[in-house]
Design a protein around this ligand. Structure first.
Ligand SMILES: *[C@@H]1O[C@H](CO)[C@@H](O)[C@H](O)[C@H]1NC(C)=O
Ligand SMILES: *[C@@H]1O[C@H](CO)[C@@H](O)[C@H](O)[C@H]1NC(C)=O
Ligand SMILES: [Zn+2]
Length: 986
């Protein structure tokens, strides 16, 4: 253990001026737990943790925050914080600082001189500057998809390891600001090797109970599938959010009195400060369990002038500890979250076990942070598509080889999109809780990233297809815009499938002809259909395209590869499908049948024809009237964070829908128009086992001065008995129950908002016979308020700010939509027997996240071009998902394989499955493989974590059985395994 410098020594160093380490001396590497200051047994040790919370965008953009630009919006400049902190750390070796957001640290580090970099490295090596969390950002937990979170953590942690080696490896996960905590995040953190996790926000009722029961520190068992302790994570709830105790904020942004310790001057206040501090420490100790407590000494963008904080903290420590001579039992010290964690671990206690999550989060009776589950639905969708695009880009960078980065179409890269995606995971980014100009900045970064990737993808496909014809991307197919297909008489479509199994995918292209021939890579003619573009679509694209029709066909793409379809206009082929303006009775394919009520035009039932099950199903659109804050119970309005309807009864958009119906062999659809601002297409493709509901909502009218929160509600004959189910970050499923929390007795004060949960990728309701699963295309909020019912919030437009700092009402418009944003998306409905439901919704969910990338070339494919390609020797087994394939270094690629089923979820697939690493790829020779932790910053065999014992007293389980051989990898339910492969292109 490192010897502690007594606080007085610290002070004398200060008086001697700048402390510096001797030149030329090999720096001592005593980082990590060894560098913690000693504590005093039998005293109450108060761990003072100097820290800053630097949002990677919120009221200002990430770059504005870095430079300290636009201080008129918020005074904050991260570059100055790091400058100032390093300077102050050098003045006293006792001082400590933690840094969290690698997006900022990376920006700063690159601008430092080699001398400054050496100095900082020494601070890190000595544990005086310590990284915690260490991802690119502190991700949101409700609205992020696990795949994007793993990527952003990997990027930040890799930078730290590359720059500082093992002393740069964070030991602790630190999510002090996110608004509720997801179980899947805890599971990921455990698998990333963190020893513990601290956060600041927890439901006020939950906190009250935990304080009394002394359960603010607990063991979170974050997976129901992974064998303990794989997903066990020690979790601590910080005493005061992430702020210092009241009266002890010494930042330049605070007004608390400094410590005035010269007895000869006026206002000497040392006794007063120490007495107040001891009182706070002693009362805090009553609600925690050990002789150690933690205080977060810092807050948002603090430490820009770190001298203020450190000068007062030096004195605080000195004077608090001087009282020990008079019998005080309190010992204050500079510390870090990992040093505090180490003491909790040494205490050798058993800890309360938690198996559910921390959603939803309320900070008061009418203040549920459940609005942001849906806020900014267009940004949420753009982020989700961008994740898919990034995976495609990463894969093609590997498969195409170096030419993909510098080829016939110029220089492309995946790095720009990686960074854009990483900042988009921040808890004020994809969450939708930033100011409008900042939301625009996140979207702009994603667009710039995708542009760079498009060059890479073009180069890679050129290499793989042996054709350097110009490749055109149509990013606006969702609103039926693609200049090439709108005007060309002959073009080809390359369909790249990033999944490790074949996919059939409905391609839908804007065209102006009425009849086309589509042929596949073998030249065989493919069933296709031309249908009229709907009036809603034409209104939505607002002069950005002019197609009157859409061409629809099913593309069948091979695993991890592409196929090519050729499309040509026919002179005198059959006409476009008839659009009948009449009440529909039913649409049906060989798997599903959906019926409609002819009187209302609404869905009335859904049948699975394979399993012979039918449920009653009515679906309609409603809106909650957002509270404006003028309310007898509380003045809380609905806003970017908070959902607070004025009434628990939503308003119907319309009792009936005007309908049109199209019934062809390729597809069937019922187009429903509910109002000028709500329409929907209920769609069934020939070979689809899911019913598609494509909704279009907006601009939400507000001439009535009412903020609107639009939902769609599915009312079914399923007997849900108050239960429903939602996913956690797109992975494991959690059970939800109306007006209920698994770990405390809930006093429900918001019957709607208090029953909303994040629906990241899916939600379902079920009884013994039927399970209806809804797969979403982005994160949304949802709930089950009535028996048999499931509602999903689609869009929000609000007139008031919800007083959580963003200081803008959530009222989105844009140049193209000055009258308010219109959002389009889709829900996929799957009806199954409960025991087989996962077999359907797991692959459906992955397909929705990793959609094929379509690229177009004008004219016929070049002669000699390769029209079909797969990088795999064979499709992976149904249980295995290829989560990551990305270039790491020259000759090395990162591979993540995931078992996509939970244990007991599927009769067929919930069992271990083995794959052979050398038999995966047809185009890559795998020469070597080393296993890593989930975030790829530690070799698996070097990964050791603190062991924590739950109060249940159970013994640690037997070691997991090994793999059959060095090349054969066994995946158990919900396992993700990460490998660095040494490869050569075949
Ligand atoms: C921790 O506690 C257990 C059970 O109370 C005891 O057997 C063990 O020796 C303790 N370990 C240490 C390091 O004190
Ligand atoms: C981390 O960095 C160290 C030092 O550069 C290196 O030896 C180690 O292999 C890196 N770890 C990983 C997992 O890349
Ligand atoms: Zn924050």
């Amino acid at each position: 253990m490192a010897a502690v410098s007594p606080p007085l020594a610290a002070l004398s160093l200060l008086l001697c001026g700048v402390w510096s380490f001797p030149l030329g001396q090999e720096p001592a590497r005593t980082c990590g737990y060894e560098s913690c200051h000693a504590t005093k047994p039998n005293l109450l040790n108060v761990h003072l943790v100097p820290h800053t919370h630097d949002d990677v965008g919120w009221l200002k953009t990430v770059d504005q925050y870095y430079y300290g630009d636009r201080n008129d919006i918020q005074h904050a400049g991260v570059q100055y914080i790091l400058d100032s902190v390093v300077d102050q750390l050098l003045k006293n070796p006792d001082r400590r600082f933690i840094y969290v957001e690698t997006a900022f640290f990376y920006r700063w580090w690159r601008r430092q001189s080699p001398g400054m970099q050496r100095t900082v490295k020494q601070l890190v090596d000595e544990g005086r500057l310590e990284f915690v969390n260490g991802g690119w950002c502190m991700s949101d937990e409700a609205t992020t998809h696990y795949s994007a979170v793993i990527d952003q953590m990997t990027m930040g942690l890799r930078f730290l390891n590359d720059t500082f080696g093992s002393c740069g490896r964070p030991r602790v996960a630190w999510h002090i600001d996110p608004f509720g905590h997801a179980r899947e995040h805890a599971s990921m953190f455990a698998q990333m090797g963190y020893d513990g996790f601290f956060f600041g926000r927890v439901d006020y009722q939950d906190r009250a109970r935990r304080r009394v029961a002394r359960e603010q520190e607990l063991l979170w068992r974050a997976s129901s599938s992974l064998t303990p302790p794989t997903a066990d994570l020690f979790t601590g709830i910080l005493p005061n959010g992430y702020n210092p105790p009241e009266g002890f904020c010494w930042d330049q942004s605070c007004d608390d009195p400094p410590i005035r310790d010269d007895p000869e001057l006026e206002d000497y206040n040392v006794d007063d400060v120490v007495t107040r501090f001891l009182a706070i420490a002693n009362s805090q100790a009553k609600v925690y369990r050990t002789d150690h407590i933690v205080m977060t000494m810092g807050s948002d963008f603090q430490y820009e002038n770190a001298n203020l904080w450190y000068k007062n903290l030096d004195k605080l420590i000195r004077y608090v500890n001087a009282r020990q001579a008079n019998g005080s039992r309190v010992n204050a010290l500079y510390s870090t979250p990992s040093c505090y964690l180490q003491e909790l671990h040494r205490a050798n206690l058993t800890w309360a076990l938690k198996t559910d999550d921390f959603f939803p989060y309320a900070d008061d009776a009418h203040d549920f942070w459940t609005g942001y589950f849906t806020s900014r639905p267009a940004l949420k969708r753009y982020e989700r598509i961008s994740n898919g695009n990034l995976q495609t880009c990463n894969q093609l960078e590997v498969l195409g080889g170096p030419i993909s980065r510098n080829g016939p179409f110029g220089k492309g890269d995946s790095q720009t999109l990686k960074k854009a995606m990483a900042v988009a995971q921040h808890h004020d980014a994809v969450s939708g809780t930033e100011k409008q100009h900042v939301a625009n900045d996140y979207a702009r970064r994603l667009a710039a990233g995708w542009q760079r990737c498009q060059v890479l993808v073009s180069n890679s496909i050129a290499a793989l297809s042996n054709s350097s014809a110009e490749r055109i991307f149509c990013d606006n197919l969702n609103i039926s815009v693609c200049p090439l297909t709108e005007s060309s008489r002959k073009f080809s479509v390359n369909v790249y499938n990033p999944l490790a199994r074949p996919v059939t995918w409905p391609v839908r292209l804007p065209v102006n002809g009425t009849s086309y021939q589509v042929s596949d890579a073998e030249g065989r003619s493919v069933d296709c259909q031309v249908v009229a573009a709907s009036a809603e679509t034409r209104a939505l694209r607002r002069n950005r395209g002019f197609a009157i029709n859409e061409l629809v066909f099913q593309a069948a793409a091979p695993p991890l590869g592409f196929t090519t379809y050729s499309v040509s206009l026919l002179q005198d082929g059959p006409p476009a499908a008839a659009v009948r303006r009449r009440a529909p009775a039913a649409i049906q394919n060989k798997f599903l049948r959906a019926t409609f009520d002819p009187a209302t035009g609404l869905l009335s039932s859904l049948s699975n024809l394979e399993t012979k099950q039918t449920i009653k199903l009515t679906q309609n659109f409603y809106w909650y009237n957002a509270s404006d804050g003028n309310n007898s119970h509380s003045d809380q309005p609905s806003g970017a964070y908070i959902f607070r309807p004025n009434s628990s009864t939503p308003f119907l958009v319309s009792r009936t829908a005007e309908t049109e119906i199209i019934q062809t062999a390729v597809l069937q659809e019922v187009r429903q128009r509910f109002s000028p601002w709500v329409s929907q297409v209920v769609r069934l493709h020939a070979d689809s086992r899911a019913l598609e509901l494509e909704w279009t909502v907006g601009p939400l009218p507000f001439s009535d001065d009412l903020g609107k929160e639009v939902i769609t509600r599915l009312d079914t004959s399923i007997n849900t008995a108050e239960y429903f189910y939602t996913d956690s970050n797109g992975r494991e499923i959690l059970q939800r129950r109306k007006d209920f929390r698994p770990t405390w007795t809930l006093r429900q004060s918001e019957p709607i908002a208090g029953n909303y949960y994040p629906v990241n990728s899916r939600a379902f309701i079920k009884d013994d016979e039927d399970q209806l699963t809804v797969v979403t295309d982005r994160s949304q909020g949802g709930g089950s308020i009535h028996n048999g019912s499931l509602e999903i919030m689609l869009h929000r437009r609000l007139l008031y700010d919800d007083v959580r700092g963003v200081a803008e009402p959530l009222n989105e418009s844009s140049a193209i939509f000055p009258d308010g944003l219109v959002v389009r998306g889709r829900l996929l409905l799957s009806l199954q027997r409960p025991a087989a439901a996962a077999d359907a919704h797991r692959p459906l969910g992955q397909r929705e996240v990793l959609q094929p990338t379509l690229t177009f070339t004008d004219g016929a494919p070049a002669p000699g071009a390769r029209l079909e390609f797969s990088a795999l020797q064979a499709a992976l087994p149904p249980a295995v998902h290829l989560l990551t394939l990305q270039q790491w270094d020259d000759g090395a690629v990162l591979l993540r394989l995931e078992h996509q089923f939970q244990s007991r979820e599927s009769k067929v697939h919930s069992r271990p499955v083995t794959v052979h690493l050398q038999k995966l790829f047809s185009t890559l020779e795998v020469l070597g493989a080393s296993e890593l932790n989930l975030s790829a910053n530690q070799w698996k065999d070097e990964m050791t974590r603190f062991h924590w014992t739950p109060q249940t007293g159970e013994k640690p389980l037997l070691k997991r059985a090994g793999d059959p051989s060095a090349w054969e990898v066994t995946l158990r339910p919900m396992e993700i395994r990460t490998f660095l492969l040494k490869v050569e292109l075949r």
